[in-house]
Each structure stands twice: as structure tokens, then as C-alpha cells.
Design a protein around this ligand. Structure first.
Ligand SMILES: Cc1cc2nc3c(=O)[nH]c(=O)nc-3n(C[C@H](O)[C@H](O)[C@H](O)COP(=O)(O)O)c2cc1C
Length: 595
């Protein structure tokens, strides 16, 4: 924000905002002509918004009647409360009961369930509270919260970038008042933004008052100016249907000695609260996350078993997301044991992914717009060596290809032709066209299905002997139909040392690497993305096997390799992108395959 010298500012104020000392009554005709020029003002955006959001007789009569309004509100409140109760009863990690919060924070937030005017305001607002490394959405009319998203230090840095003039490191907690234009428009039409502003004021006033109670002693400072796009992005709001109205920055006054008793929040408890955590939390905010320090550890541990708590307590210095992972693993283990089954790693892993379906269905995706950094896969790479187009489509029918396909581990000692390789890649994996999706024009379509159409497949090629191609590791540009060089050199020995019982791979002219790129699926499917994205590699693998068979080539999938070694050799960091399978391809050795 720009600053001006005081005297300059004062002069500007005198000419604009300072009221005149004498009162001049306006001519009624002037008032009439001003108020009737709806939409014709050539002033600031604020003025034109003011005019464009006025009700006309037509828009006023189109508003829902009182009965409809109350039904709509009731529906929203009831469904949110039911969702909270259901999830809370299941002891998932997507809910938090107010009783798990430090007493002062609980009191500060109590208007959200005890003050009818504030509860009412939550129809047009989502109130997000940063608690112990996660963002929680207040449930209207109940002392509970639904998990909105986890909050890492990267989120905090981005938020700081949205308010460059403020120093959020000193904050004792943050509350985000988010306007829900979609819900508000339903009742207020074009006046929705005004309605959001009004209700945000009601809510903020009540939080101010609660903070001023001597037993609470939390100062609330409103941050109403911020860089909208940055702030909305970090909160997962699309900036239109949901957008940030104000940030409430909390400053807790130190309270020496035992705190005076605070008034109990008047609220009906929607579900039996889990065991309150024993840890008192009056300390300063986490310097990395800015979260209000609290006893709550997101996750079902508190409500599950003392044993689990003991285990979790042994981990020091974990971030909130680390703790979520530990808690989730513990909860899954507890589930398996409750079923009376031995907790094998396989069962526990399966249970983790089973539980993760809730995360996908309950997480509110702020926007369906594919983030910029993930869009690159829709465009040709541009750095590739163009491959020949397919001139001869194989004559084999699908039925014949299915019949022909067998795993082949012995190949003729001749280089593969570039046309053969190009045909295999184009037909099995090359883009088959485009369609619009996720707010992106021209998303590529592929000859294999993929979860959410997000294509977690990256296809790499360890080329040892292909006519006219320097040996090395290449990526297949599925949109541009080209080979993108990644590593140069003969990788056969490295490959054999990274795999086990697969010496025959040394003789394969090409070994494909089916790489799982998690970023896109994780954006949409969260934890569960890890499980389902592997099916994408399966679908691609089947295409490759069938097309290879139709082209008279032999292929064999290989999963027997040391992940870390292979990922390191091929240049994948191994977490968000890793080799999910290898597939050797070559002309079958007639001697060992009966011609
Ligand atoms: C995901 C997957 C991983 C595989 N891993 C290996 C492997 O590491 N080594 C190997 O020799 N064959 C491997 N195979 C090939 C199977 O052994 C083969 O498909 C199976 O024996 C059936 O034979 P068929 O493909 O000729 O029908 C794998 C197959 C799949 C689908």
C-alpha cells in the first residue's frame, strides 16, 4: 500500500471526506435524477457496483418469499449439521469438537453456535479457523468444525504474500471470514455481496465482543485489505462463488496465574465429544504455520485409544501433516484390530485407503480449475525428436491381439525399427484428440482410460537399440508424438543392477518405464489418488501389450526392481513421481518362441 505525506493526505481529505460545516439541503429534483440513473454512472467500480446491485421492482418481486427463504436456510443448516454428526460419530479425522480447543479459543468462537444472529449469518459465510496446522470450517449452530484443508508452512508463506504490509508471524491465530456468494445469491439475488458484507459485520462484531470478555482477553484485528487472488488461492476459494471478505488476526493477552472462569457456551452438543486433550495451550502461534496452538491433533487418536496416544506422543517435532499421517496409520491399525484380524501392513494400508474415500468426498474443492502448474501435460513438450506417423495400422484384430499377447522375455538380437517403436507409442499411448475440461481448453484424450481424465501416466523409454536413435533415456511426448531426450548413454547395466531376476532385460532393445505422476490425481483425489492412479498404469500397460502383440512385437511387464535405485537412475524423486512398472519390448526370438 502506498503512503503519502501527512499534509498531502490532509489536503485530500479536506477536499473529499470532511463534512461541510454548513448544511445545504439538496433540491428534491437533484435527488430524484441521481437515484434514477441506475447503471449509468461513469464513476468508480464501487459506484457502479452500488448502482448495479440495486433492486428494481422486477428483481425485488423475483426474490424468494419468506417461507422459501427459511426452508433454504434450514436445509443448509441441517445438512451441514448432519454431515458433521455423521462424521463425528465415525470418529474420522474430518471433524473437530469445540471441547478439544483451548478454553479461550472456545469462548472466542462460541458465538458461532450460541448467538442466533451469528448462527444466521453463517448461511452467507464460511468461517475458517486455523487450528493446529489445519483449516477448520465452523458448523453453523453447533460447537464443531469440519476439516477444510491442512495448512503447511507453504500456505502460511503464501498468505503472508497476500498481506505484504502485515507481519503474520506475531499472530496468535487467524480466522478467515469467507463470503459464500453462491448461497447468498440464492436468497438475495444481485444484492448478494451486500448481504455477505452485512452478515460478516454481524459475525465480526460478535467475535470482538467475545474476545473482550476478561476471561478470554483475545484482541481481534480486522484485515480487510489483501491481494484477493493470492489469499483466495491459498484458502482454496475460487474468488467468485467463495471469496475472502476479512481476516481476523488474533492477539491473546498473556494471562498470568489460573485463568478466571469463563462463561459456559450455551449450546446443544451435536455428538458426544471425544476425550478432551489434556494439554493446555496458551502459548504463542507456531512461527511456521501461524496456527493457534492447541491441544488438538487432527485425527481420531484422541477418541480412539490411550495406547495410540502413547505411540503418537513418542514422535517429537512432527508437523501437523506428519501427525495426520501417523494418526491415520494408527487409526487404520486400530480398525483392523477391532475386526479381530492380525494387523498386517497390507491390511493397514488397505484400510488407510478405504478411510481416505471420506477425505475426497468431504473436502471442499475450492475450484475445479486445474492449477496452472499442472496444465503443462496438455501441451506438446516442444523439445522432442519428432517420431514418424503411423503408416501401416496393424492388420490383427483386437480378438487376435488378445489371443496373441503373452509375456516375452527373449528377443531377437537386432535393433528395433523406428517405425515399429513409433507405431507402438502412437497407437497405445498417443493423444487421440482434445476436449475442454477442468477450466482448460484442449485437454488431451488418450487411448486408455485414466482416473478423472487426469492421466497420471508418464511414459519413459530406456532405448538401447533402436535404428537411428542414440541410446539413452527418453520421455514420450504423448501430445506431440516425439521422443524427449532425458539421459544419454547405454543404461543396460544400470538397469540390470536395479532389477532382480531379470537379466534378460539386458537384451531388450527398449524397456518402457510406466511412471506414475501423482501431482494431478492428488490435487483432485487427495490420499486416495495414490491408490487409484496405479490403475492408469495398468490400463496403459494393457494397451502397450496388445498393440505390441498386434505389431508382432513381444513384451513383458517387470515389477521386480529396487524402487529407490531405479528412480534415482532415471531421475525421479520417488514420491510424487516414480516408476510404477517397467515393460520390455522387442521382436520375439523365434528360436525360443517357436517361430
Ligand atoms: C504388474 C506386473 C508385473 C510383472 N512383473 C514381472 C517381473 O518382474 N518379472 C517377470 O519376469 N514377469 C513379470 N510379469 C509378467 C507375468 O509374470 C506374466 O504376465 C504372467 O506370468 C502371465 O503370463 P502371460 O503374460 O504370458 O500371460 C509381470 C506382470 C504384471 C502384470
Amino acid at each position: 500500500m502506498t503512503t503519502r505525506p501527512d499534509d498531502q493526505l490532509r489536503r485530500m481529505l479536506e477536499q473529499t471526506l470532511i463534512p461541510p460545516t454548513t448544511v445545504t439541503e439538496l433540491d428534491p429534483d437533484t435527488i430524484d435524477s441521481t437515484t434514477s440513473r441506475v447503471g449509468s454512472v461513469a464513476g468508480s467500480l464501487a459506484e457502479s457496483y452500488q448502482l448495479n446491485s440495486q433492486h428494481t421492482l422486477a428483481s425485488y418481486t423475483r426474490l424468494p418469499d419468506d417461507d422459501t427463504r427459511s426452508t433454504v436456510r434450514k436445509f443448509y443448516f441441517e445438512t451441514t449439521l448432519n454431515a458433521f454428526n455423521r462424521l463425528h460419530e465415525q470418529e474420522t479425522r474430518w471433524t473437530l469438537h469445540a471441547s478439544e480447543l483451548p478454553a479461550r479459543l472456545q469462548q472466542l468462537l462460541s458465538p458461532m453456535w450460541s448467538n442466533p444472529a451469528v448462527v444466521d449469518s453463517l448461511y452467507a459465510l464460511d468461517v475458517l479457523v486455523l487450528i493446529d496446522g489445519a483449516l477448520w470450517r465452523c458448523v453453523p449452530g453447533a460447537p464443531g468444525f469440519l476439516l477444510e484443508k491442512s495448512w503447511e508452512s507453504a500456505h502460511q508463506s503464501k498468505l503472508q504474500a497476500a498481506v505484504p504490509d502485515q507481519d503474520l508471524r506475531a499472530s496468535d491465530g487467524l480466522i478467515f471470514v469467507v463470503g459464500h456468494l453462491a448461497r447468498s445469491s440464492y436468497l438475495s439475488g444481485d444484492r448478494a455481496v451486500r448481504s455477505v458484507g452485512l452478515t460478516a459485520g454481524v459475525l465480526t462484531g460478535a467475535i470482538f465482543a467475545a474476545g473482550a470478555h476478561p476471561a478470554v482477553a483475545i484482541g481481534v484485528r480486522i484485515i480487510e485489505n489483501f491481494i484477493d487472488a493470492t489469499a483466495n488461492q491459498v484458502l482454496g476459494c475460487d474468488g467468485v462463488e467463495r471469496s475472502l471478505v476479512a481476516v481476523l488476526n488474533l492477539a491473546a493477552a498473556p494471562q498470568p496465574g489460573p485463568p478466571p472462569s469463563a462463561p459456559a457456551p450455551a449450546a446443544s452438543v451435536p455428538a458426544s465429544p471425544p476425550t478432551p486433550s489434556p494439554v493446555a495451550a496458551e502459548a504463542k502461534a507456531d512461527p511456521e504455520t501461524g496456527a493457534v496452538p492447541g491441544s488438538h491433533q487432527p485425527g481420531p487418536v484422541a477418541g480412539r485409544s490411550a495406547e495410540a496416544l502413547e505411540v503418537a506422543a513418542q514422535f517429537d517435532g512432527l508437523t501437523a501433516s506428519d501427525r495426520m499421517a501417523v494418526n491415520e496409520a494408527l487409526a487404520a491399525t486400530a480398525d483392523v484390530l477391532e475386526l479381530g484380524l492380525p494387523a498386517t501392513l497390507q491390511r493397514v494400508t488397505h484400510r488407510i485407503f478405504e478411510r481416505s474415500v471420506q477425505e475426497f468426498f468431504t473436502a471442499e474443492q475450492g475450484s475445479t480449475q486445474l492449477p496452472d502448474e499442472l496444465v503443462h501435460f496438455t501441451r506438446p513438450d516442444g523439445a522432442g525428436i519428432p517420431l514418424p506417423e503411423v503408416s501401416d495400422v496393424p492388420e490383427a484384430t483386437l480378438a487376435e491381439a488378445l489371443q496373441l499377447r503373452r509375456s516375452v522375455r527373449s528377443y531377437e538380437n537386432i535393433p528395433m525399427e523406428l517405425d515399429e517403436l513409433a507405431g507402438l507409442l502412437r497407437l497405445a499411448a498417443g493423444s487421440t484428440g482434445t476436449e475442454d475440461g477442468y477450466g482448460v481448453r484442449g485437454m488431451p484424450k488418450f487411448p486408455y482410460p485414466s482416473i478423472g481424465g487426469l492421466d497420471s501416466n508418464e511414459l519413459g523409454l530406456i532405448i538401447s537399440r533402436v535404428e537411428g536413435v542414440v541410446p539413452g533415456y527418453y520421455g514420450y511426448d504423448k501430445v506431440g508424438h516425439a521422443l524427449v531426450p532425458r539421459l544419454r548413454g547405454d543404461l543396460r547395466l544400470s538397469l540390470v543392477t536395479a532389477t532382480f531376476e531379470s537379466e534378460w532385460l539386458f537384451y531388450a532393445p527398449v524397456v518402457l518405464a510406466l511412471v506414475n505422476d501423482q501431482k494431478k490425481v492428488n490435487w483432485k483425489y487427495k490420499t486416495r489418488g495414490y491408490r487409484i492412479s496405479h490403475l492408469d498404469q495398468g490400463a496403459l500397460m494393457q494397451n502397450l501389450g496388445l498393440v505390441a502383440a498386434a505389431l508382432g512385437l513381444g513384451s513383458c511387464a517387470v515389477a521386480g526392481y529396487f524402487d529407490e535405485v531405479l528412480n534415482r537412475i532415471l531421475g525421479y524423486e520417488g514420491q510424487d513421481a516414480f516408476v510404477a512398472a517397467l515393460m520390455a519390448v522387442g521382436r520375439p526370438n523365434r528360436l525360443s518362441h517357436g517361430g
